[in-house]
Design a protein around this ligand. Structure first.
Ligand SMILES: NC(=O)c1ccc[n+]([C@@H]2O[C@H](COP(=O)([O-])OP(=O)(O)OC[C@H]3O[C@@H](n4cnc5c(N)ncnc54)[C@H](O)[C@@H]3O)[C@@H](O)[C@H]2O)c1
Length: 215
């Protein structure tokens, strides 16, 4: 099955924004581009065309790019909005709050930030489940690093057999509490990660007692 082409809106037509628009247009998507600085908007198509020619890519892709000074008009029909304005938290927050008032219910809102946690940028959204980070430094999330916890998969380790005892011994050398974990042991850290209190922390691993990371 061939999927319909997504409609893209790029916010910010600077170094990154015009390049992002170029890549989407080359892939066949219609792309609207918004920037608050007229000169940057006006030069966007010429910069994209020059890149396409330099790279030996199809120059007609630039025809799918539509610069506009109207933010609402840029995002109204978009399936995917990606922001690439200055690295300025209040500016990005303000833009996303405004953008959310114009987009459709399932539009994905992404930021190309290099360093600002996405949770901070998207803090003002009514629906943060639509938020995404796409920066080049990867997406950092908080994680729970548990040791072995009782679950249907690990139930056998909690049983009284030679094999279970042997495997348990290996794990328990890393668990100061001297026992394997119960689901209730994870409740506190999980509640913390699900709460707004964790928004300030990005890229952390909460080690449950004796926990470790894979890889
Ligand atoms: N340059 C990089 O190598 C790089 C790499 C990865 C991620 N990023 C991130 O991408 C984002 C953009 O970086 P860049 O290098 O393209 O910056 P840039 O300075 O080249 O472009 C920023 C653009 O935002 C526009 N702008 C400013 N205020 C605006 C507003 N209120 N509404 C709309 N547009 C506005 C500016 O006119 C400019 O065209 C930043 O968050 C940056 O951290 C940059």
């Amino acid at each position: 099955m061939r999927m319909a082409k997504a409609r893209i809106a790029v916010i910010g037509a600077g170094l990154m924004g015009h390049g992002i628009a170029q890549v989407f247009a080359l892939a066949g998507h219609d792309v609207s581009v918004y920037d608050s600085v007229a000169a940057n908007l006006d030069s966007a198509k010429a910069r994209i065309l020059a890149n396409l020619k330099d790279l030996g890519d199809d120059p007609s892709a630039v025809e799918r790019v539509r610069p506009t000074p109207d933010l609402a008009g840029a995002v109204r029909e978009a399936d995917y909005v990606v922001e690439a304005v200055l690295e300025d938290l209040p500016l990005k927050q303000k833009l996303f709050v405004e953008i959310e008032t114009h987009v459709r219910p399932h539009t994905i809102l992404a930021s190309n930030t290099s360093v600002i946690p996405i949770t901070k940028i998207m803090d003002g959204l009514r629906d943060r489940s639509r938020a995404l980070g796409t920066g080049d430094s990867g997406i950092t999330v908080n994680a729970l690093g548990p040791t072995v916890f009782r679950s249907p998969l690990t139930q056998w380790m909690f049983e009284d057999s030679d094999r279970s005892r042997e495997v348990r011994k290996g794990f328990l050398t890393r668990v100061p509490k001297g026992r394997l974990g119960e689901p209730s042991d994870l409740a506190g850290p999980l509640l913390f990660l699900a709460s707004k209190a964790s928004d300030f922390y990005t890229g952390h691993i909460l080690y449950a007692d004796g926990g470790y990371t894979a890889g």
